[in-house]
Design a protein around this ligand. Structure first.
Ligand code: ADP
Ligand code: MG
Length: 280
């Protein structure tokens, strides 16, 4: 799924990525292609000119979801309740097929609940019609996928620009934002590279820039390190941790990797359609 299919969204009130003047994109110090460096790519300098508004809390109440295969009904989630605090970094683990991706997609407004509510701030997104939901999503949520989901015939800059194509921004503003987002993930020097010319870690950083470019409050990541070697996975986790700490992004991350889960502030386990606190 591509966010480019989303309905046009009005500019987000807090969307300047710290380069309100346009031309002043600061290249981040360090050479983020080096292992261990990307954590510096999201530095205080990026954030300084753009004090983020607090992310909204997320609250799921009695959320149920089943899939139908012909006459067969497969229950996936049964009356799930959960709360995600503003600016929290939450990890979600559980066996394959336990409904982690389904839960993430319901929170992100990609999929629809059968029953229950998904409040994001004061809005119950389950009550929005498709157009309003798409508009809400394009403003509020950035997606990061296991296999990056970049468009192979577009270069990094064009991929990152995609979510902005249906906004009223001018081409120049879109490219400026895309450049800023790419510099935030340490890829200033790879903007004209195509996905096939980038390593897995660089592709995932490009995908993170795409997720960030509309300045959403919430990032959802579905096994973001699942296809990466250990070093690249560490870089991606550093980057996500930095976005959480310095920009206040709320992050919900599905993962199988205990090292990834360790980076989160809280770990939830999903098993047989039910959620449990990891410490409980
Ligand atoms: P996880 O991400 O934890 O591996 P998923 O949320 O992808 O689990 O899937 C949960 C269950 O729902 C699985 O049994 C899966 O086969 C089923 N499922 C997921 N998506 C669909 C769909 N679009 N149609 C039918 N069944 C689905
Ligand atoms: Mg999954």
């Amino acid at each position: 799924m591509s966010r480019a299919q989303d309905t046009a969204a009005p500019p987000h009130p807090s969307e300047q990525h710290g380069t309100a003047g346009g031309s002043g994109t600061p290249d981040m110090p360090g050479t983020p292609d080096m292992p261990g460096m990307p954590s510096t790519a999201v530095g205080p300098g990026v954030d300084a000119a753009s004090p983020h508004t607090a992310s909204p809390p997320i609250r799921l109440a009695g959320v149920s979801k089943a899939y139908r295969r012909g006459a067969q009904v497969v229950p996936v989630l049964t009356s799930v309740n959960m709360t995600v605090a503003p600016g929290e970094f939450l990890a979600l683990m559980g066996p394959s097929g336990s409904g982690k991706s389904t839960l993430l997609n319901l929170i992100a407004g990609i999929d629809r609940v059968d029953a229950g509510s998904v409040f994001v701030g004061d809005t119950d997104i389950t009550t929005l019609d498709d157009a309003d939901l798409a508009r809400w999503r394009s403003r509020s949520v950035g997606f990061i996928f296991q296999f990056y989901n970049l468009i192979p015939v577009l270069n990094a800059l064009e991929n990152v620009e995609l979510p902005l194509l249906l906004t009223p921004l001018s081409g120049r503003e879109r490219r400026e934002r895309a450049r800023t987002a790419l510099s935030m993930v340490g890829l200033s020097d790879r903007m004209d590279h195509y996905p096939g010319q980038l390593s897995g870690g660089q592709q995932q950083r490009t995908a993170i820039a795409r997720a960030l470019v509309a300045d959403p409050d919430i990032l959802v990541a579905d096994e973001p390190t699942g296809d990466l070697d250990r070093v690249s996975a560490g870089e991606i986790l550093n980057l996500m941790g930095g976005l959480n700490r310095t920009m206040g992004k709320t992050i919900i991350m599905v993962t199988h990797d205990p090292r990834a889960a360790e980076r989160a502030g809280r770990l939830l386990l999903l098993e047989k359609g039910e959620l449990a606190d990891a410490d409980a």
